[in-house]
Design a protein around this ligand. Structure first.
Ligand SMILES: Cc1cc2nc3c(=O)[nH]c(=O)nc-3n(C[C@H](O)[C@H](O)[C@H](O)COP(=O)(O)OP(=O)(O)OC[C@H]3O[C@@H](n4cnc5c(N)ncnc54)[C@H](O)[C@@H]3O)c2cc1C
Ligand code: SF4
Length: 508
C-alpha cells in the first residue's frame, strides 16, 4: 500500500504518511488553470510539494512524484507502473474532493482508503458531539468554549485563564499613523522554488486576453515559506516579534503596514507545513516567556486558530453543497473590475487590492470590512466574490474561503452569521488611516464626493429591509434609517446609483 499525499497535506508527523515507505504525489498542471490563481499561491503550493518530496526522499522514503497535465493522467502513469495498487489518503477538506479521488482511482483498477484528516484540531467525532446537542445555526462562541474545554488551552481548573473566555473588546485599538511594527521575515527562494516561479510567471498573459491566468496580479518577488524549517522559523518570528501587539492592533489598518502584527501563517498551515496544535502551543508557551504579552493577544490568537478556523471547516462540511451557491439576499451584481486591477480612487479599497495584487495577502479586517463589505453593500453575487477570493489569496482553499466569503462576508445563508457584516465609512475611518488620504469624504453620504461606502450602506439596508429588519440585532440601524426617510434617503439613493454607474465605467 502507498500513501497518497495531496498538495495541502505536506506533513510527516500526522496521518498515514508517518509509517509510509512508499508515497505517491501528483503535481497536476491543470490545477494552475482552474482559477486565475495569484502567482504566489501557485508557487507556494508547487514549490512546497517539491521540497516536501525531496525531504521524504532524503529520509529514505520512496516517492513516486508525477508531473502531469491532469490528476487523471498522473494516475494513469501510476497504475501502469503499479497495477491494482492500493492507496491510502487523508480525506481532503473541500467538498466532493474525496469522491472525485475515489472515482479516479477506481476507474484505474485501484482502491483508495480514506482516513480522517489529522491536520485539523477538531475531529469529526468531536464536532458531532458539539453539534448533536444543538440546532443550527451554530454559534462560534459556543464552539470556541467547547474546544477550549476539549483541549484545555488557556484553561485553569475548568475555568478560562484570566476569568473571561473572550477579550475581543481589548482587540480593537488603533495605534496611530506613526506605528512601526516589526517586519515579518521573507524567505529567499532556492533553485527549485525559482524554477516553479519562472514557470508560473511564464503563464501570465494579460488580464484581458487570459482571464484564467495569473496576469492580473502585480507580484513582488516570492517570499513565502515553502519548507517545514522556514514555516517553523516564521512561527518563531511571529511569537518573538509580533505576538505582544497582535491583540490590541488585530483590527487596525495602516496604509504603509501591510502585515501589521498578523501571523502570516495561514498559507503554511493550509498546506500542512504547520499543524494548528503546534501553532497554538508555540503562542501559549511564547507568551509565558514574554511577560509583556497581554492575555488579550494570546487569547485573541488562540480564538482565531482553535475557534474560527475549525468552526469554518465544520460548518462548511455541514452546509455544503448548498453553501457554495447560497444567496439569501438575492445579490446579482457582477464584481467590479477594480478588484482585479486596483484601479479606483477609494483609498481603502485601492490599498487592499494593491496588497492582494502584490502578495496574494490581506489581513482579516481588509478582507472582511473593506473588500467583502464593499461587495456586500454593492450587491455582488456571492459566487463571483468567492471566485475572486479563491483566486487571489495565497491561503485560499474551497473549504475555508467559501464559509468566510459566502457566509461571513456576504451573509449568503445564515448558517452561522446572525447579521451581515455591513458597515459605512465610519468603521474604516475609525480603524485605519485611509480616509485621511482619500478623495472621498467619509462624513458625507450623498452628493458629489460622498464616500461610496456610505451611500451604498444606507441603500443596502433599505433594499434588504424585508429580510434584515426583523433579524433581531438590526433594530438600531433601522431606526437610524427611518430617520433618513424622505429627501435625505432619496439623495442617498441618487448617490448610490451614481456610484454603481461609475463603478461600471471604471471611474470610481
Ligand atoms: C472574506 C474573507 C475571506 C477569507 N479567506 C480565507 C482563505 O481563503 N483562507 C484562510 O486561511 N483564511 C481566510 N480568511 C480568514 C482570515 O482572514 C485569514 O485566515 C487570515 O487573514 C490569514 O492571515 P494570518 O495568517 O496573518 O492570520 P492572523 O490574523 O494572524 O490569524 C491567525 C490565524 O487564525 C486563523 N483564522 C483566523 N480567522 C479565520 C477564519 N475566519 N477562517 C479560518 N481561519 C481563520 C488562520 O489560520 C490565521 O492564520 C478569510 C476571511 C474573510 C473575511
Ligand atoms: S472615505 Fe470611504 S472610500 Fe475613502 S478611504 Fe474612507 S471609507 Fe474608503
Amino acid at each position: 500500500m502507498a500513501v497518497l499525499v495531496l498538495g495541502d497535506q505536506l506533513t510527516t508527523d500526522h496521518g498515514p504518511v508517518v509509517d509510509a515507505d512508499r508515497v505517491v504525489m501528483v503535481e497536476a498542471r491543470s490545477f494552475a488553470r482552474r482559477h486565475a490563481y495569484h502567482p504566489h499561491k501557485l508557487t507556494l503550493v508547487f514549490a512546497a510539494m517539491r521540497r516536501f518530496r525531496d525531504r521524504l526522499r532524503a529520509d529514505g522514503v520512496t516517492v513516486d512524484y508525477y508531473e502531469a497535465a491532469t490528476f487523471g493522467d498522473a494516475l494513469d502513469d501510476h497504475f501502469d507502473a503499479y497495477p491494482g495498487d492500493d492507496l491510502v489518503v487523508m480525506e481532503p477538506p473541500s467538498h466532493g474532493a474525496a469522491d472525485r479521488l475515489r472515482e479516479l482511482v477506481a476507474d484505474r483498477g485501484g482502491d483508495l482508503e480514506l482516513k480522517e484528516n489529522e491536520l485539523f484540531l477538531c475531529s469529526r467525532a468531536q464536532w458531532a458531539e458539539f453539534a448533536d446537542e444543538r440546532e443550527p445555526p451554530y454559534r462560534h462562541e459556543e464552539f470556541y468554549r467547547f474546544m477550549r474545554r476539549e483541549t484545555g488551552y488557556l484553561m485553569a481548573d475548568g475555568d478560562p485563564v484570566g476569568g473571561e473566555w473572550n477579550y475581543d473588546d481589548r482587540n480593537r485599538e488603533f495605534p496611530g499613523e506613526e506605528y512601526d511594527p516589526p517586519d515579518p521575515p521573507r524567505y529567499e527562494p532556492d533553485e527549485s522554488t525559482r524554477k516553479v516561479w519562472e514557470w508560473v510567471t511564464s503563464l501570465s498573459g494579460s488580464y484581458d486576453t487570459d482571464p484564467l491566468g495569473p496576469g492580473w496580479a502585480d507580484p513582488e518577488p516570492f517570499f513565502w515559506p515553502v519548507t517545514r524549517e522556514d514555516a517553523l522559523d516564521a512561527l518563531d518570528a511571529f511569537v518573538a516579534d509580533r505576538l505582544p501587539e497582535f491583540g490590541p492592533y488585530q483590527d487596525a489598518m495602516l496604509g504603509d503596514e501591510w502585515a501589521m502584527n498578523h501571523a502570516l501563517l495561514s498559507g503554511a498551515m493550509n498546506v500542512g507545513l504547520l499543524h494548528p496544535t503546534e501553532v497554538i502551543e508555540a503562542v501559549v508557551a511564547g507568551a509565558k516567556t514574554q511577560p509583556e504579552t497581554p492575555l488579550a493577544s494570546v487569547e485573541g490568537f488562540v480564538r482565531q486558530v482553535l475557534g474560527w478556523r475549525e468552526f469554518m471547516r465544520h460548518t462548511y462540511r455541514e452546509a455544503m453543497p448548498e453553501l457554495a451557491t447560497a444567496n439569501q439576499l438575492g445579490a446579482t451584481e457582477p464584481l467590479p473590475d477594480f478588484y482585479w486591477t486596483g484601479d479606483t480612487e477609494m483609498a481603502c479599497l485601492a490599498d487592499a487590492v494593491d496588497g492582494v495584487r502584490k502578495r496574494g495577502y490581506g489581513h482579516h479586517i481588509e478582507r472582511l470590512m473593506v473588500l467583502s463589505n464593499f461587495a456586500l453593500l454593492y450587491g455582488v453575487e456571492p459566487v463571483e466574490l468567492n471566485e475572486w477570493f479563491h483566486a487571489a489569496y495565497v491561503d485560499a482553499y474551497h473549504w475555508v474561503t467559501t464559509p468566510n466569503v459566502v457566509e461571513m462576508g456576504s451573509f449568503g445563508a445564515g448558517v452561522f452569521a446572525t447579521k451581515p457584516y455591513a458597515a459605512s465609512a465610519n468603521y474604516v475611518n475609525r480603524m485605519s488611516d485611509h480616509c485621511f488620504d482619500c478623495v472621498y469624504y467619509h462624513t458625507k453620504a450623498s452628493g458629489e464626493g460622498a464616500c461610496p461606502f456610505n451611500a451604498l450602506y444606507w441603500e443596502f439596508l433599505d433594499r434588504n429591509e424585508e429580510q434584515l429588519r426583523e433579524t433581531g440585532r438590526m433594530g438600531l440601524v433601522y431606526s437610524h434609517l427611518d430617520d433618513k426617510r424622505g429627501e435625505e434617503l432619496e439623495a442617498i439613493s441618487d448617490r448610490a446609483n451614481e456610484v454603481r454607474k461609475r463603478a461600471k465605467e471604471l471611474e470610481l
